[in-house]
Design a protein around this ligand. Structure first.
Ligand code: NDP
Ligand code: MG
Length: 400
């Protein structure tokens, strides 16, 4: 197998799973943006034969001196090189953002199994990914904990017996905060998620709740359900990872402590269940499980995601791309926490204003979203537009 995004939160958890099941999973390739001590440590433990560095080969010589046998490639195309290698049957995609799209498409077209953590790829190009899956005859297995839970609950069930799914959301660190408090949220506060330890982009997305919005779109494609049959339920303890409701009214859920090693292992060893490093769940210690309806007024990100899904075409790609930029601007302290979602909303509104008159222009972001080129054009347009709108805000850096 290959791990794309090996030095991230998912990548490192996956490496632990692979080391525990070394007789089942052989890691032959890794990717990271650049060389770090973390990466060197991983190469030492996993001993892959190939490494992709997406940013540059500058520090590649260090790696080469330490591991002379390692095949190296650099630049954006290097992820595709890994995805297409003959010695890779199983690809774990765990980079951040649209960078995960092309390797996912390539692996699926070659009939490989893709364990997908990078939800942005599915959000931006769901129909293209499903087409590649069908054409290549490979497998697509979700890693995101909610989607893994649903996927687990659906095993052995007939498709038409499914009535709807309930996606659980912790509600993030700011559940119950007032408007005033939300205005002053700092980067540090947004990065302190109450139940999960994750990379910075998804942690901020969880705080704005757009993560849950992206997950609704992800679920729509993975489980072939219309938006009205995907419901969000706030569940602060993050023990019930999602639920499935069947036609007879029965609900099935998957429960465990919040530990990504479980859904990662399930995806990598699917359909087998082997012992894992995840601590057993003692329900008597948890004591209670709470469920609430989400507050769409206070967290408009959910509504925005449903809107993008209903608009279809490249709207979800635009939503996701604008969010990538907005979150980075917040992490760079150039916009405030409460400006993230309005910025995304403005980009989506601009897209909608333009979408009708120019719908016939091929290669434009407003063309039908049926090709990779159209999706990448939409992504590029939305990233640029988000940057422009942010400049118009004429903000000086915000401290915090
Ligand atoms: P991290 O930020 O922790 O790690 C990202 C990894 O991808 C690192 O290896 C990083 O390399 C690499 N990377 C980042 N940006 C790029 C890029 N543009 N091109 C190529 N490589 C890149 O992220 P997470 O592990 O938290 O998340 C990864 C994906 O999984 C995201 O899409 C997220 O939404 C999804 N996910 C994560 C969950 C979690 O618990 N963390 C749960 C569910 C889904 P380097 O270290 O060199 O910077
Ligand atoms: Mg999730």
């Amino acid at each position: 197998m290959a791990i794309l995004g090996a030095t991230g939160s998912i990548g490192l958890a996956a490496a632990e799973v692979c080391l525990q099941h070394a007789d089942e999973l052989e890691v032959v390739a890794l990717s990271a943006r650049s060389v770090s001590d973390r990466l060197i440590g991983l190469i030492g433990r996993l001993r892959p034969s190939a490494l992709a560095l997406t940013d540059s080969l500058d520090a590649g010589e260090t790696v080469h001196a330490l591991f002379p046998q390692l095949e190296l490639q650099a630049g954006e195309g290097s992820l595709l090189w890994l995805a297409q290698r003959e010695d890779v049957d199983l690809l774990l995609v765990a980079v951040v953002g649209i960078a995960g799209l092309q390797p996912t498409l390539a692996a699926l077209k070659w009939g490989k199994t893709v364990a997908l953590a990078t939800k942005e790829a599915l959000v931006a190009a769901g129909p293209l990914i499903l087409k590649a899956l069908e054409e290549g005859g490979g497998q697509l297995i979700p890693v995101d904990s909610e989607h893994s839970a649903i996927f687990q609950c659906l095993q052995g069930q007939e498709k038409h017996s499914l009535r709807r799914i309930l996606l659980t959301a912790s509600g993030g660190p700011f559940r119950g905060w007032t408007e005033d408090q939300l205005e002053k949220v700092t980067v540090e506060q947004a990065l302190a998620h109450p139940t999960w330890r994750m990379g910075p982009k998804i942690t901020v997305d969880s705080a704005t709740l757009l993560n849950k919005g992206l997950e609704v779109i992800e679920a729509h494609y993975l489980f072939d359900l219309p938006p009205e049959r995907i419901e969000i339920v706030i569940h602060p303890q993050s023990i019930v990872h999602s639920l499935v409701e069947f036609q007879d009214g029965a609900l099935l859920a998957q429960l465990s402590l919040p530990d990504m090693r479980l859904p990662i292992q399930y995806a990598l060893l699917y359909p087998r269940r082997l012992p894992s490093l995840v601590a057993p769940l003692d329900l008597t210690q948890i004591g209670r499980l709470d469920f609430h309806r989400p507050d769409l007024e206070r967290f408009p990100a959910l509504r925005l995601a449903y809107t993008a899904l209903e608009r279809g075409g490249a709207a979800p790609a635009v939503l996701s791309a604008a969010d990538e930029v907005a979150v980075q601007l917040f992490l760079d302290r150039r916009i405030g926490f409460m400006e993230i979602i309005p910025l995304v909303e403005q980009v989506l509104a601009k897209y909608e204003q333009n979408t009708l008159p120019r719908a016939s222009q091929l290669q434009s972001p407003f063309a039908a979203a049926g090709s990779l080129e159209a999706i990448l054009a939409a992504d590029h347009w939305a990233q640029q537009k988000a940057g422009e709108i942010a400049v118009l805000l004429k903000r000086s850096p915000i401290k915090g």
